[in-house]
Design a protein around this ligand. Structure first.
Ligand code: PMP
Length: 330
């Protein structure tokens, strides 16, 4: 029998799948690590489990405790799954720009959501940051994971994502590409792959144009979950050998192509990472194997990246449809 006792037990061990269409003309092997196979739908399930395990071990989270975190997305879902399994309450602080669907996902899992105004300064008592700090201080038994600084974020990738890639490629991986948000994924996975390969595996970050990791100042970009205007402690800049800047336009075009040509419905940060991976792979030969991590699925972006009107409203043209029903009936 092959039965999991809880959905949380199915975190990790995500598959590698060969990219075959968007890689046309590239002799190197390009493999996608598809993190939407995690039960909460993203790579963030990994850090949620590891952060909660460590907080329990360190006595920061006790039975009946409350997890308080400013997060609107994937980290909240991961924390909500693990919290539910272990009987913790979750309070997530969200800026009011976050869409109704994302809010509904968190409350569906039983989390409580506090909405804060986007249009106030970070030091305003009503800001996203101030409210989460205040709740963490005032709720008895509260624990704040602080994913941007918690070393258990990168550690979870060092202990799971990295070893899985090494095992599933029989140690033939030569390049690893991942987007950088908190930096946890690239720091933990990259560090493991460098250590196990005696420095042979090259680690490449992908970053939105304008973000600090690729030399920007934090200018706004539309791709979600990656890029920063500060340097978070979860990121070790000595791990990547290179960081490639990718524009929103390139990221969104590739995200649409992945759905249409590779049947991979993924988010914009996945498209961004694939653009960087293909840029690297184009310089390599047939003996090279590039692994690119796709952090989440595309269902959360149907109204944005997969909506032609939304793309057009930001000045991006929608990808050309090759054949439409209109052509057939004309
Ligand atoms: N893509 C998405 C959609 C994410 O939610 C995140 C996490 N912020 C990332 C990429 C980047 O991962 P990390 O925080 O580990 O750098």
């Amino acid at each position: 029998m092959r039965i999991a006792n809880h959905i949380v037990d199915l975190i990790g061990d995500t598959p590698l799948v060969r990219l075959t269409k968007v890689t046309a003309g590239i002799p190197a092997t390009v493999l996608a690590k598809v993190e939407y196979f995690n039960p909460g739908g993203s790579a963030k399930d990994r850090i949620a489990e590891r952060i909660i395990d460590a907080a329990e071990r360190d006595g920061l989270l006790k039975p009946g405790g409350t997890i308080v975190e400013p997060t609107s997305g994937n980290t909240g879902v991961g924390l909500a799954l693990v919290a539910q399994q272990r009987g913790y309450r979750c309070v997530f602080v969200l800026p009011d720009k976050v869409g109704e669907d994302k809010r509904a996902v968190l409350t569906a899992y039983g989390a409580e959501v506090v909405v804060t105004p986007t249009s106030v300064a970070a030091d305003d008592p009503d800001s996203y940051y101030s409210v989460s700090d205040r709740l963490a201080a005032e709720i008895p038994g509260a624990f704040k994971p602080n994913q941007y600084a918690n070393p258990n974020g990168p550690r979870s990738h060092y202990e799971s994502t990295g070893p899985e890639i090494w095992r599933d490629t029989d140690g033939t991986v030569t390049h690893f590409v991942a987007g950088i948000g908190t930096g946890g994924t690239i720091t933990g996975t990259g560090r493991y792959l460098k250590e196990i390969s005696d420095g042979r595996v090259r680690i490449i970050g992908a970053d939105p144009v304008g973000s600090v990791y690729s030399g920007g100042t934090g200018r706004p970009y539309l791709v979600e979950g990656v890029g920063e205007d500060i340097w978070p402690p979860a990121y070790d800049p000595s791990v990547p050998d290179e960081v490639i800047a990718v524009s929103d336009r390139e990221a969104f075009e590739m995200t649409r192509r992945l759905a249409r040509e590779e049947a991979l419905l993924v988010g914009g940060s996945s498209g961004m990472a694939v653009v960087a991976a293909l840029r690297v792979a184009a310089t390599l030969g047939p003996d090279d194997t590039v692994v690119v991590l796709l952090p989440d699925g595309g269902r959360g972006y149907l109204g944005k990246i997969f909506n032609d009107g939304w793309l057009r409203s930001y000045g991006f043209s929608e990808p050309a449809a090759e054949h439409t029903v209109r052509d057939v009936i004309a």
